[in-house]
Design a protein around this ligand. Sequence first.
Ligand SMILES: [Fe+2]
Ligand SMILES: [Fe+2]
Length: 417
Amino acid sequence: MRVAILGGSFNPVHVGHLFLADGVLSGLGYDRIVLIPAFQSPFKIGASGASPRDRLDMLAASIAGDPRLTIDDCEIRREGVSYTIDTIAGIRTRYGLKGKPGLILGDDLAPAFSRWRKADEIARQADIIIARRLFNPPNQGDSAPSGEGLPKGKDPDFPFPYTGLNNEVINVSSRLVREKILQGENWRYLVPAGARFIIEDRNLYRTGNKDKAEDSKASPGITWETAVLLENASREALSLSRFLHSRNTALLAWDLCVKYRLDPLAGYLAGMTHDICKPMDNGELLRLARKDGGTITRLEQEKPALLHGRAAAVLLEKKYGITNSEILEAVRYHVAASRDMGALAKVVYIADKIEVSRDWVNPALRDLSGTADLDRLFETVLEHTVACLRDQRKEVSRETLRLLAALDTRKRHEKKN
Ligand SMILES: [Fe+2]
Ligand SMILES: [Fe+2]
């Protein structure tokens, strides 16, 4: 196996790092790239910076599903100043390499390489690969094909044998990403998705800028990493049209949560997963729904499809470890509604009924979602949904009828006073 080493601070890892690694794999015939984040003194990290653990986690989340890439934390475990010569010796021994590993250097680092500790020894122990790191705008660089290994050679500025990698350069650096985050500019697609979610979840690299959603209430323990895991689970479980309905529900729930000052991520997650059990057969729905301890009504017994909300809440809790009671309640009650619904459950109920792909929705209902308070919007959508059921001569569940009766009583009471 031919292995090459790519070191750096990875603070954070960005698409340029992985694009370069891919270029060495495909252009020079290596089998695996070992990404080695450098140790960084914990004393140098500001409150908004990334710890070594954050940097490792971002790397790990960014390379999932690519067996050609791996991470070695030897320099972080060693702490202090890391010398490349020690790293190379460790990699050769631990990976049982027969030949020399490749060592990828950016051309920005090459001029100072002679001053590295035991530079000549490094050049004997590793095959040095010099890659382009500095951005050449179109028409100003040379026109050789990308990823092509140039012949080994010597350069007056680099007095060691090396292989030049004529790679395309993506004009991105970790510093650029950090600055953009700090300034509240667009940075999200400069880093791999896994790193993006960790930056968002841990609020890395920002000291003052606030997203619109940060004004809303955030629930502890709900992260983008979880939301993405469940979004993929929904995508796998559902047909494309049902998945798109779920995503639209999640997006509207997000918007409504921002409007009503609830946790948008909780709304997104509940919206994304509310129908995850819809494709299940009757037996599976009954088996799952029974686990919530509630009784199965006659109507649910006759039409187990009505249990897909209760079953999804059980699945989220038991299979995916979601313990947030508001999310579980929102998913559980999205079918028949309930007198026990909290604000998030109302939001998800509304979003499910009026999201953009439901083309039979009365436009007045959508208009109302821009102006009304949450309770008024919920009651209007509920009444509209029940009226539709009655039009279609479908039976309305007992819980929905109880909720309607309770709302009626409240309205009469309010009128009196
Ligand atoms: Fe549903
Ligand atoms: Fe739905």
